[in-house]
Design a binder for this molecule. Sequence first.
Ligand code: TXA
Ligand code: MG
Length: 324
Amino acid sequence: MNISKIKKTEILSNDDDGIDRASIIIKSGGLVALPTETVYGLGADATNAKAVELIFKVKGRPAINPLIIHIDKMNIFEIAEENEIAQDLSSKFWPGPLTLILNKKNKSKYKIAKNALAGLSTIAVRVPAHPVFRNLLEKSNLPIACPSANFSGKLTLTRFEDVLSSFSGKIDAIIDGGPCPIGLESTIINIENKNLSILRPGKITEETFLENNYVLKKNKSKNKIISPGQLKSHYQPNTPLRMNVEKPNKNELLLSFGPLPKNTIGISLSEVFDLNEAAMNLYSSLADLDELALVNNSKSIAINHIPNEGIGIAINDRLKRACN
Ligand code: TXA
Ligand code: MG
């Protein structure tokens, strides 16, 4: 299929009718953007190599970067090999914003397309909590390959309107599910023997794993990229960013943590210094500042210091990559 061809993109409601339609599209090999509790995703039937190929094309994503397979909880060990720690983590954190890297199961009733896993013998699995996604998994009865719904390397999207303006004419449908409540991508965990390492920080933090008595190891692979998508430069708005800035320069917009100071043009991530609220607002604020920069002819966006604790670690991780 030629994706430069303009498609008519259906706007679907987040009720049973909309999700029924989305399930028909997914089953027939189409692409549907939909909300998750973390960020908007671009979903397709993970067992259909042609549909998966379209995800890579539409996003402009390198073929070496594997996709997360979203599945119903009862089917996890149909696609991944059983593992005691994964079993335990799954009972504590799924459904929810956690992705586990597990060994792929070879004989499975679901044949996950090779291109979805970029040819690796491991598989990234997540059981999403968002009611729209859960309903879609139930109705389609398929594992769904679903990266974040954004162009590769660019800003992640957390609002229906932003997904519509990026993907209208390029995919089959978008489900309008309002803004995503967490606002940052899931925490990705690698399990090696009995140790966990965090490949991508998120809402479920290091402290939470430690409180639950897991042993965490630093991800040793500083140079070798275990997670091919953990590239240094990612999540980029069009306007350059500067982090840990107290006072913006002239002609610079401010993304503040705390109230926006008087006579400053910008947006506050959280007026009350709440890190969860800041995470929820991060990508949408950057999208709005990108537009404001155009109108205002601003050359860059200054960002206040964000405390590097709790979900602040994930915010800083994304901002650092966005600055590169
Ligand atoms: O919250 C989320 O996880 C969202 C929503 C839509 O579920 N999805 C998401 O997908 O963030 P994506 O494709 O934007 O990021 C997935 C990351 C990539 O960095 C990819 O390299 C990594 O997961 N990944 C996938 N399979 C992997 C594997 N087998 N081993 C290591 N990393 C893997
Ligand atoms: Mg992404």
